[in-house]
Design a binder for this molecule. Structure first.
Ligand code: COA
Ligand code: MG
Length: 286
């Protein structure tokens, strides 16, 4: 499977939801040990995550674990508890720079974690994090994805709301989103859009997916199984898009010497070819 389209969060202390998540159509499941788990349940969640990984078969969604932040005192023991059970990867919340990824990678190494274990990061949750988004390239070969979040950032900044007076996401959060996108692409890893909290609003989710996809995000976080069909559909190229991409690739293949080509009365050049190749690659899932 190529890059996951849907990344479903599931609270790490809920055996029932974990079972449901693993049986869902999520491309990736993120067992959460952080914000969705109360302090009193942290140890139980860690143990349940390790147990779930140990019991997991070869099929089904990839399993990631969101550990607690590096400054919580829990990150290293979280990793130590799960590394041997071979998660697909570890998600680091409140990441501020590539150095945080390097440290996470070191904890995985020290826990005897396999080379295959990936890292992804929520990279816009603190004030400092916004200044670190160009530091992820070369942080670690394990880094596979960057995503962003508005809730923790707004709390960190002292905002009373992440929305402006007209109801749109305020500039600060749109900036965070764009920096995440560019930071991920600059680092050569998957850019994944943040979650849409109103899980009953399918129309709104559809619009949000479409907006993210247009900008370059190739997947989206989810918090509820009902969001998965919408996200998976939105981040799968349509038949028309695929046909168009194949035509562009064929046109360049027919004219290997050409830098630019006319197709249906419009100019097509190299960036269109790159985009078309990406579309075809994204369609090759499964
Ligand atoms: N993963 C797996 N199953 C889930 C789920 C999830 N993220 N969210 C809901 N479900 C299950 C419920 O357990 C319920 O199962 P049931 O029909 O067998 O009882 C079913 O889907 C319908 O759930 P619903 O009643 O609509 O939602 P809820 O009120 O039980 O839960 C949330 C709402 C937000 C608490 C829940 O969706 C959730 O826990 N989401 C993930 C939160 C999280 O991990 N946050 C951290 C990242 S921000
Ligand atoms: Mg959070």
């Amino acid at each position: 499977m190529s890059e996951p389209r849907s990344w479903l969060f599931v609270p790490g202390d809920s055996e029932k939801k974990i079972a449901k998540a693993l049986a869902s159509e999520a491309d990736a499941v993120i067992i959460d040990l952080e914000d969705s788990v109360a302090d009193a349940n942290k140890d139980a969640a860690r143990a349940l995550a390790a147990e779930t990984l140990a019991d997991a078969g070869e099929t089904g969604p990839r399993i990631w674990v969101r550990i607690n932040p590096l400054d919580s005192g829990r990150a290293e023991p979280d990793i130590a508890a799960i590394a041997a059970a071979a998660p697909h990867g570890v998600m680091l919340p409140k990441a501020e720079s590539g150095a945080d990824i390097a440290l996470t990678a070191r904890y995985i190494d020290e826990a005897g974690g396999a080379e295959a274990i990936r890292i992804c990061a929520v990279a816009t949750e603190t004030a400092r994090s916004l200044f670190g988004l160009d530091s992820y390239a070369d942080a670690s070969d394990r880094l596979a994805m960057l995503t962003w979040g508005a809730e923790d950032l707004s709390a960190a900044l002292g905002a009373t709301s992440k929305y402006d007076i007209s109801g749109e996401l305020s500039f600060t959060y749109r900036l965070a989103r764009s920096l995440c996108l560019a930071g991920a692409v600059a680092a050569g890893v998957q850019p994944v859009d943040t979650l849409y909290a109103d899980f009953g609003d399918e129309e709104g989710l559809m619009r949000d997916c479409e907006a993210g996809r247009r900008e370059g995000f190739t997947g989206k976080l989810a918090i509820h199984p009902a969001q998965l069909p919408v996200i998976n559909a939105a981040f799968t190229p349509s038949e028309e898009e695929l046909a168009e991409a194949r035509r562009i690739i064929a046109a360049f293949a027919d004219h290997p010497e050409a830098g630019t080509i006319g197709l249906d009365g419009r100019m097509i050049d190299r960036p269109h070819l790159v985009q078309a190749q990406r579309t075809v690659a994204r369609a090759k899932r499964g």
